[in-house]
Structures are given as structure tokens and as C-alpha cells.
Design a protein around this ligand. Structure first.
Ligand SMILES: Cc1cc2nc3c(=O)[nH]c(=O)nc-3n(C[C@H](O)[C@H](O)[C@H](O)COP(=O)(O)OP(=O)(O)OC[C@H]3O[C@@H](n4cnc5c(N)ncnc54)[C@H](O)[C@@H]3O)c2cc1C
Length: 675
């Protein structure tokens, strides 16, 4: 059942200057293009702010705020709900055949509606500068960071109620305000309900510190090594989620008639002017219309949103569906592919995720012609891969003391009290985000020199598979960073309670989970069309741990470090009752199995339509224009060419903010001198 209804609906034949496909994290920034910031100037966005420019946003999902079945507490991620596309991987050969869940947001605001709300903000300087090195002038730390600043309104914990100076001091909620933006629409503040027994966080940070992981009070300035408390996308005044829809769209829905938002609008194709058969490849392809299936409770029909002369199509539909909008031009017709069935269902269907690939071996299987030959489409997919370690805390930190986040699920009285506190005061466990204590570390922080040396030898042999491939340049670049202790490779995340379903917890005890996340994989996956049915899910193969010995080894050594070293180092050791899974002292072989059977996505996929030169498998140029087209752009997380060691939301907002408006195509020299 479609719980929302279209915000606006136009009659067939309406024309727009810009059609934004996907009203998600990036799409709504582009539609609104907040520009009242010190970092902005005429070159930057004013899309719907200009009444002479007409914009259509086509979003397959709906307005999640209109759905009363979705409980709005912050600590929920909405994974698995009606606003989750619920993708899965194909069985992962190198991860014990696991089929791994890949949630994504299907609503206005896209995945920003679904996230854990952690504003992990920037990656390290060298990581963004690498985008420029790889062939994207103007894309570097200075420019991306300026745009993160532009969308951000950071609230300093020590002076921003309901946080207190104690929060800042005790829990390290003290990132330097000088490195943040203070006038943007996305509200960024700290949790203030510390979801773990309170002594644990400072002890954890002190033990990490003893082991050579420094505290980092300037994690947003390009140096991300160390441990700190991440702020969150929380509005401090009412402790609610600050996300793309409620910051970039809802304030403007009535005041800007030129901004038309269609929900339940499931895009199936982009039409082109040219005859595909006649295309020689010498001439850019012009998009003329976007076709979509409108899904709502009352009707099923196909509408078309035309482009005025010179209009642009902006594809921001997530990591997989975007491809279709190019590959299947002229070929992917609803009448041919049974779309009527979907249109009559009255529900939000399984996402139509269509792949656009210039790779004839993919398209040929479906008898689909190629409009633009872009072999990079769907390839170069990268994602963060995580593994959990689980601990029981000592009895004196058990449920005879203060209750914690963990007790919400097992103590109905406590949960009811916290709910009242949230409803009446916007405070308590439901008004904060758990698990914001993070550390970013290089391999040298947890792998001995001798072990690392032999792992790197194995890696170098394995990386031969990239010789002569489009990825060769980026692989060499990221290989170099393994020797550089200023570039992190692994994230540690401290979480309340247990997330490992294989453990039956002692109800009188409290627990913690420490996740290790392998942040910059050498594996490259792919996402491709799985069927000629435009409503079928794509085939997603992140190819986790494909560079087996090294990648399994990194997670194995990270788990060993957490369980055998960190948890046994004072003062944290004095609070740990037992390592539950894995237990201490496991062999390499045991930990390798543990990693392969337990690895999962930490939800930051990128790269599948990379911003790279064509000969490196690029799909978009530095203006985010799709190669070989005159007016089709991609602006979401898929354009990130090399996985970043951070959570991706802030960078996605920034990239979308940076590139707009397209007619003011940036001048690289101008950007370089102004940033
Ligand atoms: C569970 C989860 C938790 C996360 N937590 C964090 C976090 O705490 N911090 C952080 O920094 N990052 C987090 N991330 C990552 C971050 O949210 C994403 O990187 C970012 O939101 C991606 O933005 P996007 O614009 O690329 O895609 P999206 O925001 O997903 O937008 C794509 C939009 O296109 C729509 N769409 C798709 N197909 C079609 C179609 N055919 N027609 C019309 N519309 C279509 C979708 O419904 C969606 O609204 C998390 C991700 C997940 C999955």
C-alpha cells in the first residue's frame, strides 16, 4: 500500500528545464541548491530559487513523514521498513556464500531518510585530492570541504544545549568548530544520551590512546587519524532528524511553484532525439524526455516529462537505477516490459533499477542496443565491509545500575519511560544516536611490522589482476597509501548492546559491540541489469574480500587487535567481563572463517558511475556530465571514483552542492584559484 501521496502532479505534456530523477540526498540539494552561505557565489546554485527555472523531481518513493507507521525516533534507521528498497547482493563467493543485505532509502530524502544520522563528515585531505590526481580538475579537499561547510550548521557541544560541557569533556564531543560550517541547512549536533554505561566510553578512548591511537579534536580538517565522538544530523532544539527532505524541500513546497515534486514516480527511461541505429558515436546524445511509471493508490499510468530546449536531465537515482536511463534509451519501453502490471499494483514496487552499461557483453544478453559506449557503467563498485566483535561488561555495570540503550528492547517499563521523555521533552534514548564513538586508523596501528610486510607481499602479487585494466591507476594510488600512516584504512565503531544474533545475552548484563570496518577495498564489484523487466532488482555484486589473503587478513588482524589487545588493555579491560564472539586467542584460520562468515556491508557504496577519465573506466566528466551525452548528468554517491574512509552522506551533499548549476560549468582554473 502506498502510504504517501504525490506532493504535486502535473498534466501530461508539461515542460521543465530540469528533470531530477530521484529526490534523494543529492537530488534535493540540487533542486533547492541552498546558496545563502559565505562559500557561495553566483556560480553556485540557485536552481528553484530562480522563478524562471522550472524543475521536476521524480521520486519513486514517497514522503516518509506522511506515513504514521514509521516511528520518528532518531535511533531507528528505518532499515527494512516500507521506505527501504531492500536490495541484496548475489551470493558472495569470498564471504562464505553470504547474501548480504543492502538497504537504501526509497522516499523523499532518499537514503538520508534512512541513515544512522552520523555526520562522520570529511575524509582525509589526500583522499579528496586523489580525485583531482585521477583526472578531475577542481575536485580536491579544499573544494569538497568548502561545500560540506556550505550545507552544514554545526552546533558546538559545550555551548549548545541540551549538550553540556560535561558531554564535551567526558565523551570527547569536541571537534573544533573552526573546521565546520555554521550557516547551512543540515543541522549537526551531538548525541546527549550516552547509550553505553557512561564509564565505558572514556575508558575505551583511553585504552585506544595507550595503544597509539590519538584523540582527534580536529577530525574535520583533513587529518582524520585518531578517535573522537562523531556529531550527528540532529536538530538540537527538538532532537529530530535533519535530512535532505526536511531541509532542502519541505520549506519550499508551497513557495516555489516552479519546483514540482512527483512522488511514486518510478523512472523507466530517458528518451533521446537521435536514431540509435544511426549513432556513430561521434555526436553527443541529447536527452529529450524522461519516462516514468506513476505509482499511487488511485491510478496507474505512464507520464512523460519533457525537456525544454537546452534542458537537462539530472540522474540521482542511486547506485544502480541510474544506468538504465542511458543504456535503454529507445529500447526500454514500458509496453514491452510489462510495466502495466506494476502500475496497477498501487504500491511502491520493487525498484526498477536499470543498468546502463556500455559493456556489450552485459547488454547483448538482453538484446538491448547501446546508445553510448561506456564500459565503465556498473563497474568499479566499492563498498565498506564490516565485522563485529561482542563483549559482556562486568556485573557491576549490569542492569542493577543505570539502564542503557540496550534495555529499550528488553525492559518495557524503561522503554515506555524513555518514549514519554522523548514525546514530552524531545530527550532521552530515543532522541540520540547510538554508536558515535569512532576511530580511524592506518594498518600500522594494529598490524605488526612483520605481519604487515608479508601481507603486503601477498597483496602486491594479487594486484597483478589490475594490470592493464582501467582501475590500474587508482589501485596504484591506493596501494601507496598503505605505507602512509596519515591515511586511515580501518574504522572502529563502539556500539551499545549486542548486534550479533548468534549470541543469547545474559539479561542482567550490559554489553558492547565493537565493529571493525575495512574502508578502502582493493576488490572491485559491479552492478548490472538482471532482467529485461524494468521493475526487477539489479544484480549487485560488491565482490567483498575478493583480494582474499590481504582483505580477509586486514579484518582478521583488526578483530584480533580488538579482542586480544584493546579489550585487554586498561582501563577498558577492567570493564570487560568476557569476549563473547569471537573469544580471545583464536588462530588465524579460525578468525579467517569468522570474518568470511560474518562480514557485512556498512552501507557506503560508490564508484559505479565514476567521475574519471574515459580510459580509467569513467562515466562522468568533472562537470558530472555523462560522456557522450549533451545533457545528462549524474550527481549521487556513484560518481565517487575511489572509496573514501568516512561515512558518505556529507560528501554526497557536498558534491551535489558543488556541481550546481550545470549551465555555469565550472572553470577549473577559477575553482583552483578561489579555493
Ligand atoms: C542504512 C544506512 C545508514 C547510513 N548511515 C549513514 C550515516 O550515519 N552517515 C553517513 O554519512 N552516511 C550514511 N549512509 C550513507 C549515505 O546515506 C548515502 O551515501 C547517501 O545518502 C547516498 O545519497 P544518494 O543521493 O547517492 O542516494 P539516495 O539518497 O539513496 O537517493 C536516491 C533516490 O533515488 C530514488 N530512486 C531510485 N530509483 C528511482 C527511479 N527509478 N525513479 C525515481 N526515483 C528513484 C530513491 O528512492 C532515492 O530517493 C547510510 C546508508 C545506509 C543505507
Amino acid at each position: 500500500m502506498n502510504a504517501g501521496s504525490p506532493i504535486q502532479k502535473r498534466v501530461e505534456g508539461d515542460e521543465f528545464d530540469f528533470v531530477i530523477v530521484g529526490g534523494g540526498t543529492a537530488g534535493l540539494v540540487i533542486a533547492e541548491s541552498h546558496w545563502l552561505t559565505p562559500y557561495n557565489c553566483e556560480r553556485y546554485g540557485r536552481l528553484s530559487r530562480d522563478p524562471n527555472v522550472s524543475i521536476a523531481v521524480l521520486e519513486a518513493g514517497y514522503d516518509a513523514e506522511s506515513d504514521t507507521t514509521l516511528v520518528p525516533e532518531l535511533y531507528t534507521t528505518f532499515i527494512g521498513t516500507s521506505i527501504d528498497w531492500k536490495f541484496t547482493t548475489v551470493p558472495q563467493t569470498n564471504a562464505a556464500g553470504q547474501v548480504i543485505s543492502l538497504p537504501r532509502g526509497k522516499a523523499l530524502g532518499g537514503t538520508s531518510t534512512l541513515t544512522l544520522s552520523v555526520w562522520r563528515t570529511r575524509a582525509s585531505q589526500k583522499e579528496y585530492d586523489a580525485w583531482e590526481t585521477l583526472g578531475n580538475p577542481g575536485w580536491n579537499f579544499a573544494s569538497v570541504n568548502a561545500h560540506i561547510n556550505a550545507v552544514e550548521h554545526f552546533h558546538v557541544a559545550s555551548v549548545s544545549p541540551p549538550n553540556t560541557p560535561a558531554d564535551a569533556l567526558t565523551f570527547e564531543a569536541l571537534d573544533s568548530p573552526w573546521n565546520h560550517g555554521h550557516t547551512g541547512p543540515i543541522q549537526v549536533s551531538y548525541s546527549n544520551y550516552w547509550s553505553i554505561p557512561e564509564v565505558v566510553i572514556p575508558a575505551y578512548l583511553r585504552s585506544l590512546n595507550k595503544l597509539g591511537v590519538p584523540r582527534n579534536g580536529h577530525a574535520a580538517n583533513g587529518d582524520t587519524i585518531g578517535a573522537w565522538q562523531a556529531p550527528c544530523t540532529i536538530k538540537p532544539h527538538n532532537r529530530s532528524r535533519s535530512y535532505a527532505a526536511n531541509e532542502f524541500l519541505f520549506p519550499y513546497t508551497t513557495s516555489r511553484p516552479n519546483l514540482q515534486v512527483f512522488t511514486g514516480a518510478y523512472v523507466t527511461k530517458i528518451d533521446t532525439k537521435i536514431d540509435l541505429v544511426a549513432t556513430s558515436g561521434d555526436e553527443d546524445v541529447d536527452a529529450t524526455a524522461v519516462e516514468y511509471v506513476l505509482n499511487d493508490d488511485t491510478e496507474s499510468e505512464t507520464r512523460s516529462v519533457s525537456l525544454k530546449d537546452g534542458g537537462k536531465v539530472v540522474v540521482t537515482a542511486g547506485k544502480t537505477s541510474r544506468y538504465s536511463y542511458i543504456s535503454f534509451i529507445e529500447e526500454m519501453r514500458l509496453d514491452e516490459f510489462g510495466a502495466d502490471a506494476v502500475c496497477t499494483s498501487g504500491t511502491y514496487q520493487t525498484p526498477k533499477i536499470l543498468e546502463l552499461s556500455g559493456d556489450p557483453s552485459v547488454l547483448g544478453a538482453f538484446g538491448i542496443s547501446n546508445v553510448v559506449d561506456l564500459p565503465g557503467v556498473g563497474n568499479n563498485l566499492q563498498d565498506h565491509a564490516a565485522i563485529l566483535t561482542s563483549f559482556e561488561l562486568i556485573p557491576s555495570l549490569g542492569t542493577s545500575g543505570p539502564l542503557t540503550q540496550e534495555d529499550l528492547a528488553r525492559n518495557a517499563t524503561f522503554a515506555a519511560q524513555q518514549w514519554q521523555t522523548y514525546v514530552n521533552e524531545s530527550q532521552g534514548a530515543y532522541a540520540s544516536v547510538p554508536g558515535t564513538t569512532l576511530a580511524m586508523i592506518p594498518l600500522q596501528s594494529f598490524i605488526s611490522a612483520a605481519t604487515l610486510e608479508s601481507m603486503l607481499e601477498e597483496l602486491d602479487a594479487a594486484l597483478g589482476v589490475y594490470d592493464g585494466t582501467p582501475q590500474e591507476t587508482q589501485i596504484a594510488l591506493q596501494r601507496g597509501w598503505l605505507e602512509d600512516r596519515t591515511v586511515p584504512q580501518v574504522e572502529l565503531v563502539l556500539l551499545p548492546g549486542l548486534m550479533d544474533p548468534s549470541i543469547i545475552p545474559d539479561p542482567s548484563k550490559h554489553h558492547i559491540t565493537i565493529a571493525a570496518v575495512y574502508m578502502r577495498p582493493f576488490s572491485r564489484g559491479n552492478v548490472h541489469l538482471a532482467s529485461t523487466d524494468p521493475l526487477a532488482l539489479p544484480r549487485i555484486d560488491p565482490n567483498y574480500l575478493a583480494i582474499q589473503d590481504f582483505e580477509v587478513g586486514v579484518l582478521r588482524e583488526a578483530v584480533r587487535f580488538i579482542v586480544d589487545t584493546l579489550a585487554t588493555t586498561a582501563p577498558l579491560s577492567s570493564l570487560i567481563g568476557a569476549a563473547l564472539n569471537p573469544t580471545q586467542g583464536q588462530t588465524d584460520a579460525q578468525l579467517d572463517v569468522y570474518v568470511k562468515e560474518g562480514v557485512f556491508s556498512s552501507w557506503h557504496p560508490c564508484g559505479s558511475t565514476s567521475m574519471l577519465p574515459l580510459n580509467q573506466g569513467g562515466v562522468v566528466d568533472p562537470n558530472l556530465k555523462v560522456y557522450g551525452t549533451s545533457n545528462v548528468y549524474i550527481a549521487d554517491a556513484s560518481i565517487i571514483p575511489l572509496e573514501i574512509v568516512t561515512h558518505t552522506m556529507a560528501t554526497v551533499y557536498a558534491n551535489a552542492h558543488k556541481v550546481w548549476p550545470f549551465p555555469f560549468v565550472y572553470d577549473a582554473a577559477d575553482i583552483l584559484t578561489s579555493s
